[in-house]
Design a binder for this molecule. Structure first.
Ligand SMILES: C[S@@+](CC[C@H](N)C(=O)[O-])C[C@H]1O[C@@H](n2cnc3c(N)ncnc32)[C@H](O)[C@@H]1O
Length: 341
């Protein structure tokens, strides 16, 4: 390989992997896919140093990639055919970390060879503290006997989580796994909702998102012809409108909402049109969050077309396929009048 060639790993949901490759090729000059290590894990070659790769992907002139979940640099690469080769490779990888400092160790041990404890111990042996809070990330991936490693800052990797996989423990009282989508969007995009504010939840049943919003102190107007889960039915902070979103929007003459969320199970463009019809109900500094439900194919095309539709009424703040999205993309919107806020 040419000495100027740099490499990085990226992850995407397996069905979205071709979309992720397109996003990278379109934004990075001379970049190409070298190989797939797994259906959701690819190795890219580029002439650019990793910080420049990251800067081009999130330079603020356009939305960051939607389908690329996480990137990390490959500064070194070792063949590790046996345990002693892996131990020796870890000793070299540990030298990438800042001497005498701390770093966050992020390991993907696809081979299941005990890489995480081995690397942490190797770092400790040379006086480096593994620390999940550190903004310096040492990424190491072991796959098919090859160890790939590199150092970057947490912001450069597009996600602070290993491979972009944000996992939540199942908690008592949870109503649906859908809750994780809203929690992940809130965390990843640093969203804040006004305590004591009012939310409109379109397609609310069985009530997972409604429950999450209640834990944040919001009063929720939950719109869905289907029933909400029994524990929510006694909550006076939830007003259930047992009708479709279209019926609700035609008849609502109350106050505007600080937050509108839309997880309706329907064609993405149809859902976006309904949300555009709710734009006048969103407070000037309010937020809207929706999931675009994607069909079996043509994810990129449908996503682009739906975002263009939404842009007619809203400013698009974020659009990402989150870890907890399956065949979906999560979009965060605000009023166009607040473009700079
Ligand atoms: C994926 S579920 C929503 C899950 C919910 N966010 C949660 O956390 O529990 C989709 C919901 O959309 C509702 N839905 C589909 N079309 C609708 C419409 N036109 N108006 C209102 N709700 C609709 C369905 O009844 C279904 O309950």
């Amino acid at each position: 390989m040419h000495s100027d060639t740099k490499r990085f790993l990226f992850t995407a949901q397996a069905p979205a992997a071709p979309c992720a490759v397109n996003e990278l090729i379109q934004r990075l000059p001379n970049a190409r896919l070298e190989t797939w290590l797994r259906p959701d894990l690819g190795l890219f070659t580029t002439s650019l140093p990793f910080p420049e790769v990251s800067r081009l992907l999130q330079d603020g002139t356009s939305l960051p990639p939607i389908f690329v979940r996480h990137i990390c640099p490959v500064d070194v690469c070792f063949s590790t055919p046996d345990a002693s080769a892996l131990t020796a490779a870890c000793a070299d990888v540990a030298l990438l970390a800042p001497a005498g400092g701390a770093c966050c160790v992020q390991v993907r041990d696809v081979d299941g060879a005990g890489l995480f404890p081995l690397l942490c111990q190797t770092l400790k042996d040379i006086g480096i503290l593994p620390d999940v809070q550190s903004s310096c990330v040492l990424s190491a991936t072991l796959c098919d006997g090859i160890l790939y490693a590199g150092v970057s800052s947490v912001e450069e990797n597009l996600s602070p989580f290993v491979g972009g996989a944000r996992r939540y423990a199942h908690k008592d009282g949870m109503i649906s796994r859908a809750e994780c989508k809203l929690m992940e969007a809130t965390e990843l995009f640093s969203l804040h909702f006004p305590k004591d504010g009012t939310a409109l939840d379109l397609g609310a049943a069985p009530g997972g998102w409604t429950r999450v919003l209640r834990t944040k102190g919001l009063t929720v107007h939950a719109v869905d012809p289907a029933l909400l889960s029994a524990p929510l039915q006694a909550d006076l902070g939830i007003i259930h409108h047992r009708q479709t979103a279209q019926e609700f929007l035609r008849s609502w003459d109350g106050a505007s909402f600080d937050l509108i969320v839309n997880d309706m199970k329907m064609d993405a463009k149809e859902s976006a049109r309904i949300l555009c019809g709710a734009q006048s109900l969103l407070a000037p500094d309010g937020l809207a969050i929706m999931t675009l439900k994607l069909p079996r194919q043509h994810w990129q095309k449908l996503t682009n077309e739906t975002l263009r539709l939404l842009e007619g009424s809203y400013r698009i703040r974020n659009a990402r396929q989150l870890y907890h999205n399956r065949s979906e993309v999560t979009v965060v919107l605000s009023q166009r009048t607040g473009e700079n806020s």
